[in-house]
Design a protein around this ligand. Structure first.
Ligand SMILES: Nc1ncnc2c1ncn2[C@@H]1O[C@H](COP(=O)(O)OP(=O)(O)OP(=O)(O)O)[C@@H](O)[C@H]1O
Ligand SMILES: [Mg+2]
Length: 159
């Protein structure tokens, strides 16, 4: 494992949400999380926790018929889901340049349009190990915010 990677295994959807909550509570302006993982691996449950960590109340659901859901929290949370997006141009047409800057951005199915993901993004890859277990691997580059990287490493050490 390189120093640009950290992994945890969660054993329930609550544990995946708790991980999201931990990061939401420590997020700083400009955090970009690129979520990758097959259907039903827990991306939306992670985002639900992230929202809670940012003090956002109520259910978070994937933006199925809109490209983005916006939530007002300690920082604004912008939740994208690229699953039904056919063309990255649709993103630019709704103002991706503006929306993807500032606050906390989280994208499900980020690997569908890797060209729009900024270098500072932390990639979160979820894999189902069993019906209830998920491996969650974080990867980043030197452009990622140091503070959140430290938090991820700390969390991974304890889990
Ligand atoms: N450890 C776990 N973490 C998260 N979800 C889990 C876990 N174990 C089981 N699950 C189940 O897996 C499903 C995850 O659903 P979720 O909507 O979060 O996935 P998703 O990755 O967002 O899927 P989609 O690609 O369809 O948006 C839920 O039914 C949840 O109960
Ligand atoms: Mg989802």
């Amino acid at each position: 494992m390189t120093d640009r990677e950290a992994a945890v295994v969660t054993r329930s959807e609550a544990e995946t949400a708790a991980l999201g909550r931990f990061l939401g509570g420590r997020a700083e302006d400009g955090l970009f999380l690129a979520l990758v993982g097959d259907l039903g691996t827990g991306k939306t449950h992670f985002v639900q926790g992230l929202a809670e960590g940012l003090g956002i109340e109520g259910a978070v659901t994937s933006p199925t018929f809109t490209i983005m859901n916006y939530y007002d929290g300690a920082l604004p949370l912008k939740h994208f889901d690229f699953y039904r997006l056919d063309d990255a141009d649709d993103l630019y047409n709704i103002g991706w340049e503006e929306y993807s800057a500032g606050g906390v951005v989280v994208c499900e199915w980020a690997d569908r349009f890797p060209e729009v993901i900024p270098p500072e993004a932390v990639t979160v890859t979820l894999t189902a190990l069993s019906e209830t277990e998920r491996r969650i691997v974080f990867t980043w580059t030197d452009a990622a915010p140091r503070s959140i990287v430290k938090e991820i490493q700390t969390y991974a050490l304890g889990h």
